[in-house]
Design a protein. Structure first.
Length: 329
């Protein structure tokens, strides 16, 4: 049933995507902010309470809803699966930014492309040259595809196999949103944030995302240039501060032959780039802190789109085979 739930959710999302400003996002935003205000008393142990309430609370609620629906009807349980996946999984939740930036660059309107990138990532992109705009768009799009599709896909399938329906999708998205919210609050809203809560939410999401990130990277290698993807994974993943991000981006860079990573302009992804400074020959891509390959060009945007869609087809086929084997068995 998990295969059909994912398939129906993706089809519905393509036909009628969630609007940019939707009530569900506003509710989640308000919920995470409320838990921080009411359960964070400033001590390290309270951060576990905040994270547990904000992330596990909605997860348990969805689990109860699914089990209740399954008790009455399998079709009703499938409807819950599809409904939750529609809200948690899909490209259209971020692809409008990608499309707007790509269209602006095609028209030669680089100022608009920088503006859309700044709106998407809440960062200053006003001084980025065209190549850097392309590189950042590719990096953010790859990570967004993982967090909105492949990571949700993995945890949904795992928890569905355990009879818990879409709880894995909610767990993953709430953990990701919590990590992103506290970082956003600390960096952009100029509001006080508990450093312990920020560190805990990031660490727990890194654990939750450990296996999905590696499966996403492996999928990119399978549907792209396998040898270059694996080589880049092994050689360049440490360019990024967060290991899960580094693995995904390095593998994708090798799969499509594009240069990613490198030092960023002030204010743009300051926590994303980390250069090699020891043992690297001057002038090499390793010394510059970027992967091997061609500098980012407009054609790479389409290559990345193709890479992501081929990966979706790959994992859908594998899920279909697992479902068929389960039925036959």
């Amino acid at each position: 049933m998990s295969f059909f739930a994912v398939l129906f959710a993706l089809l519905i999302e393509q036909l009628k995507p969630l609007p940019r400003d939707n009530g569900v996002h506003d509710m989640v935003f308000a919920w995470v902010r409320w838990t921080g205000r009411n359960f964070d008393a400033g001590k390290p142990r309270h951060t576990w309470v905040v994270w547990g309430v904000s992330v596990l609370g909605p997860t348990l609620l969805v689990a109860a809803l699914y089990l209740l629906a399954e008790h009455y009807s399998l079709l009703l349980a499938l409807a819950v699966d599809v409904g939750v996946l529609y809200l948690t999984l899909g490209f259209r939740q971020f692809s409008h930014y990608f499309t707007d930036i790509r269209d602006a660059l095609d028209r030669g309107d680089e100022d608009l492309a920088r503006q859309r990138l700044a709106e998407w990532r809440h960062l200053d992109a006003s001084e980025l040259p065209r190549t850097e705009v392309l590189r950042h768009v590719i990096e953010h799009a790859l990570l967004a595809a993982h967090r909105h599709v492949f990571g949700v896909f993995f945890w949904f399938v795992v928890m569905s196999a355990l009879g818990l329906g879409p709880t894995g999708a909610v767990l993953y998205r709430m953990a990701e949103f919590s990590s992103r919210f506290w970082g956003y609050r600390h960096r952009t809203l100029d509001a006080p944030a508990d450093d312990h809560l920020l560190a805990l939410s990031r660490r727990l999401f890194q654990w939750i995302d450990h296996v999905p990130a590696r499966l996403t990277a492996f999928g990119f290698a399978v549907v792209g240039n396998f040898e270059e993807a694996i080589g880049s994974w092994r050689r360049d993943a440490s360019l990024w501060m967060y290991p899960n991000e580094g693995i995904i981006l390095a593998a994708a860079a090798g799969a499509v032959g594009v240069q990613l990573g490198g030092t960023a302009a002030p204010g743009v992804t300051p926590d994303r780039s980390k250069t090699f400074t020891d043992g690297a020959e001057p002038g090499t891509t390793e010394a510059q802190g970027c992967t091997a390959g061609l500098p980012a060009q407009a054609g790479h945007l389409q290559s990345v789109v193709g890479l992501v869609w081929r990966s979706v087809v790959l994992w859908m086929l594998l899920t279909a085979l697992l479902s068929l084997a389960n039925v036959i068995g």
